[in-house]
Design a protein around this ligand. Sequence first.
Ligand code: GLA
Length: 730
Amino acid sequence: MLTSLAALLLCGNLFAAEPPVIDVATDDLSLVLRVSPQGEVLFDHFGGRIETAESFADYKNYRRSDYGTDPEAYPTMGGRNFREPALRVTHADGDLNTELRYVSHTQRTLADKNVSETVVRMKDARLPLEVELVYTAYARENVITTHAVIRNGEKGDVVLHNFYSSALPIRARSYLLTHLHGAWAKECQAEHTLLTHGAKSIESRKEVRTTHTENPAFMLTLDSESFDENYGEVIAGALAWSGNFRLNFEIDEFDMLTVLAGANPYASEYTLRRGESFTTPEMIYTYSFAGAGGASRNLHDWARNYGTWAKTHMVPTLLNSWEGAYFDFDAKTLTDMVDDAAAMGLEMFVLDDGWFGNKYPRDNARAGLGDWEVNAKKLPEGIDYIASYAHSKGLKFGIWIEPEMVNPDSELAEKHPDWVVKAPGREVPTMRQQWLLDLSNPAVQDFVFGVFDRTMGLSKQIDYIKWDANRHAESIGSKYLSADRQTHFWIDYAQGFYKVLERIRAKYPDVMIQACASGGGRVEYGALGHFDEVWTSDNTEALSRARIQYGTSLFYPATVMGSHVSATPNHQTGNITPIKFRFDMACAGRLGMELQPKKMTEAERAFARKAIENYKGYRDIVAEGDLYRIGTPYDESGAYAVLYVSKDRKRAVLFTYCIRYQGRTGLPEFRLRGLDPAARYAVRELNVEKSRCWFHGKTLGGDFLMQAGVNPKLEKIYDSCVFLLEASGN
Ligand code: GLA
């Protein structure tokens, strides 16, 4: 009694005398926390840089305390917090309340001087449950990432119900939420919603292929009811987590918005034994004063400097065998494809699904998954033969695997029924005729690592792995987890996935790996920390891609965006688009092709050759430059553009598209952004024999291009023009 009173008095004195203000700063942003006289860690500010953050020391918000707690850095259930808590716990003694109090904090600059780390330590007012909030600030990119570590120091088990990565309270007049939704073959569709009082959540309960439907990323435009590419204050956030996630947006009676982001609490009670700790996924935030475009550019810079395995290195141009051959090939089919790819100037050949399985040959999607031996009938020559052939033609070589999955018709399913995700006594429904393997089980993790490792062992010439995952988790149940730990499945699966990837990256740091999950099912920064790129969508049709790539670009850089030119009529949509439109769309990301080159006409091959050559000349701008979206593919005008400007502003590449006929009076005009107004740019149209645009071949001022703009002749649907801009005389 005496001790706790003394401690209380000490705390009271300490904080009353000099409440610590904790300033987490980047070049242009501040995130400010403050310790209240009672020891709560309050969240005061996230936005523009405040050099005098200590001004918050005496800040008073004049709230009536009976309406709820002040905005906290990590709100809990307990005390007077009525909002959805970031942390909700049942303590060892059954107490449902947690009241976190400041213990200490440290701030340090990391070896990379651009990065600083702030750790705030807190403890429950009554019980030895500890929470650390870790904020990592990336100065130049103006990105702050954060996660929490929850430690059980209590005498028995503690059950975590909510364990979000972060809470972000925001105060503005209005909050326009922009997020991505979709489905297979229409991923990353942008949607804008003006938030109202109450709560809205964006979440996944599918565990695998989470980002087909919702993406764990968002933008909030503050104080404006319209989304703007160039102007206004925008907060963007993205969660690095490959499992179930939840973003919760709640506006309370003070008109404040609290954003909670993290692993989804849905059916995920997580028990911590005494002494155990739980580390949440990383949440990534930025804030921009230059609209959505500014927020995207900050995230792209962060992704390329820190957040993706590939950094600025883009996967080479490639031909993928899937849509060109599906399951039907032999070595000759593949070596012919290599020859054709080489002739068009492509730099890699990727052998997709269908190369494995003997007892249960993988001749269709019904059999063979799990049995990762080369199909001796289809490819008696082995993988090394194809890989070496590709290398001999100057191409790199890649191969497809789907190691987390098993077909019921497979030797693996016969041997290891216990590895399948399945609740006891219940049917396991198949999806794409397959089951999910239980990655919460370390033996399965070893197996999955082994699939990758053995595949790499098939040839010394494997440069790239396409890692696929073609189903969700459902009717979950793990034979590995005990009956009272079944709710751990969702977290343990995702963590098991990361454990495997960490082992893979320790052994194979240089092999390029694509995250495919029936197309864009794993488009998020948790996967991207280990993968070089994503397969943006199984929908390769250029018109659909306009929206898919636009949405993806809001949060993810072009370096990770696999974009392939495929055949017409398109295999997903049946749509017929000109080859130029298909190339001009795919060239705005990581260009590839996915078709049977033998079915192309000579004119199409010639066009492809030239477009690929052009792409190689400017792809460094796509990979490393700043992205400016001009208009959107949702605009009534039907015309929009994508502009990449090199960091030194000396070169730029502009992609312009018409995706809807607008009659004869719709005359598209694009004001460019991000150029040097004082520079003069030589403008050259690419991917065309004879330009129809008056400004092709002209040298125009940066000021002209930005103030007046350009008006390419985009008259009909599928018209597209690509321009290279090069500053002269510097
Ligand atoms: C998934 C992928 C495709 C292709 C097939 C192969 O659908 O998204 O790109 O690899 O599997 O079965």
